[in-house]
Design a protein around this ligand. Structure first.
Ligand code: XMP
Length: 514
């Protein structure tokens, strides 16, 4: 990986907001990396970090078994900001005292009073709301520190040692509920670490293109394009770098949404003149899926068939040295760069096994968060409807037709889903709701249409708001929008006589129904 000139280290102590802290730092146009709390002082020095941020974490700083940092890092002369557990760890390590809170555990929005002559709270309001979530607190600050913020139940809501450039906050500046959290972070990054906000998307795009051109040389690259934002942006970067040396294979498994396959083909083949091979493999997939109702088997069949089709097509192309993939930073972190609990494993349909026989992998988005990928996509001229496309699972509509899959069922679902998407967009809700779609439930029920009794399909509408898809809330779509969607589906989609709205959050439900 290229060495960025100014990088801040996010030291992960297993906190739930680690990635959020990193995103916020990037939003301040400062590049940062997440690494384990085990990173040594020597590594930190060698890498030349401009500053270090300690994340929160579930442990107690006074517990011998809790994660500790290398104490020598406090001797490097690098600014450090401790957040929550990170603040307590800093206090404990430098000679202060941390204790458990017996009665007044602070959780949620809390009023905090600031000393605005401190570096961290420069130009901030004297009193403001912050997000707290802790069961321990700093009882005694280490030598050289002074208290810079307090709350009703927290005598040390923040402290700093301006001489050594050490800062600690008990609350979470990265969380939206902390009203001026971004200001405190900017103060740390710009005024303590002396970073200059030079992490910009336009320079990322141009630097990456130059780097890819150098790396790839005259060799060939293959990419599995799905039409999702990550693979689209990754492919576009490679395309800008080496043009026709890149070939994209777009496997159309017949489980895409209405018109989706044609749109992808149009954008990449016609608009950008990419070498794109669309493989129309619907029949293969549907025959393999015939009669299969178990969701996990469906996923497995689709995943395997996808690889098979991809291998067959790439074999026709002769020798290709590199495989391009749309891996993004959260994937890298989740597979072990930080300390946060390893989260999901089942979402890799459409992914390819590592031993597929290439000389190397090209992963131009490895350092980017999703919002940065989108910005890079816009910078590259990819149309907004692709850049802001909601996530769509690799197995596609197969896991939204409950039970076994037939072409007729897919057709009903495609039409109902298209109506829902049109109406959500027409109501201007498409950027507020993170994922929304229709599900063919497999339930038939009695209805009355005109003068006759019907016995037909039930469509469920699903729409969620979420930051990370690990938890999600059902979207409060206005009734009149729901009414319009329902009316249109009943009137326009054959064989549907009932529409219901799913009002379950995740957990206990999942986003998808299968
Ligand atoms: P769940 O249903 O697990 O979904 O709450 C969370 C997010 O993951 C997507 N999802 C998948 N994506 N292959 C994928 O590529 C899958 O098998 C798969 N299952 C769920 C889902 O659409 C949501 O965004």
């Amino acid at each position: 990986m290229e060495i960025k000139e100014q990088t801040v280290l996010i030291m992960d102590f297993g906190g739930q907001y680690t990635q959020l802290i990193a995103r916020r730092v990037r939003e301040c146009n400062v590049y940062c990396e997440i690494k384990s709390y085990k990173t040594t002082a020597e590594e930190i020095k060698e890498r030349g970090y401009m500053g270090v941020i300690f994340t929160g974490g579930p442990n107690s700083a006074y517990d011998d078994n809790g994660p500790k940092c290398d104490p020598k890092l406090f001797e490097l002369g690098i600014p450090v900001l401790g957040i929550c557990y990170g603040a307590q760890l800093m206090a404990q390590t430098l000679g202060g005292k941390v204790v458990g809170i017996k009665d007044n555990r602070e959780y949620g929005k809390t009023d905090v009073e600031f000393n605005t002559s401190s570096l961290l709270f420069h130009a901030a309001k004297k009193e403001n709301v912050c997000w707290m979530s802790h069961t321990d607190r700093i009882e005694q600050i280490p030598h050289g520190f002074k208290i810079t913020a307090i709350s009703k139940d927290c005598p040390v809501a923040a402290m700093e040692d301006i001489k050594r450039n050490f800062f600690a906050v008990q609350f979470h500046p990265e969380v939206q509920h902390t009203a001026e959290g971004m200001l405190y972070l900017r103060n740390f990054l710009y005024n303590a670490c002396m970073c200059t906000a030079d992490w910009q998307m336009d320079s990322f795009v141009s630097d990456t293109i130059v780097r890819l051109r150098r790396q790839i040389g005259k060799k060939k690259v293959l990419c599995a394009l799905s039409g999702g934002v990550d693979s689209s942006v990754a492919a576009m970067l490679v395309h800008k770098a080496v043009g026709k040396q890149l070939t994209c294979i777009f496997v159309d498994h017949g489980l895409l949404r209405k018109d989706e396959g044609d749109q992808v083909e149009k954008v990449f083949k016609e608009q950008f003149d990419m070498n794109l091979i669309r493989v129309n493999a619907k029949d293969r997939f549907l025959s393999k899926l015939a009669g299969v109702s178990d969701p996990e088997r469906k996923r497995k069949i689709i995943g395997e068939e996808f690889i098979r089709v991809f291998e067959e097509e790439s074999a026709k192309l002769g020798k290709i040295e590199y495989l391009c993939q749309g891996t993004i930073y959260p994937d890298v972190v989740e597979s072990g760069a930080g300390e946060s609990a390893v989260i999901k494993s089942h979402h890799n349909v459409g992914g390819l096994p590592e031993d597929i026989g290439f000389e190397g992998l090209i992963e131009p988005l490895r350092d980017l968060f999703k919002d940065e990928v989108r910005r890079a996509g816009l910078e590259l001229g990819i149309p907004e409807f692709l850049v802001f496309r909601q996530p769509f699972p690799g197995p596609g509509l197969a896991i939204r037709v409950l039970g076994d899959i037939t072409e007729e069922k897919l057709e009903i679902l495609r039409e109902a889903d298209a109506v829902m998407r049109e109406e959500i967009a027409a109501a201007g809700l498409d950027k507020d709701i993170n994922q929304y779609f229709a599900v063919l439930t497999g339930i038939k029920s009695v209805g009355v249409m005109g003068d006759g009794r019907t016995y037909d399909n039930t469509i469920a509408l699903r729409a969620v708001t979420t930051d990370d898809f690990m938890t999600a809330d059902w979207a409060r779509i206005p009734y009149d929008v729901l009414e319009k969607i329902s009316n249109r589906i009943i009137n326009e989609v054959k064989n549907v006589n009932r529409v219901v709205y799913d009002i379950t959050s995740k957990p206990p439900a999942t986003v998808e129904w299968e």
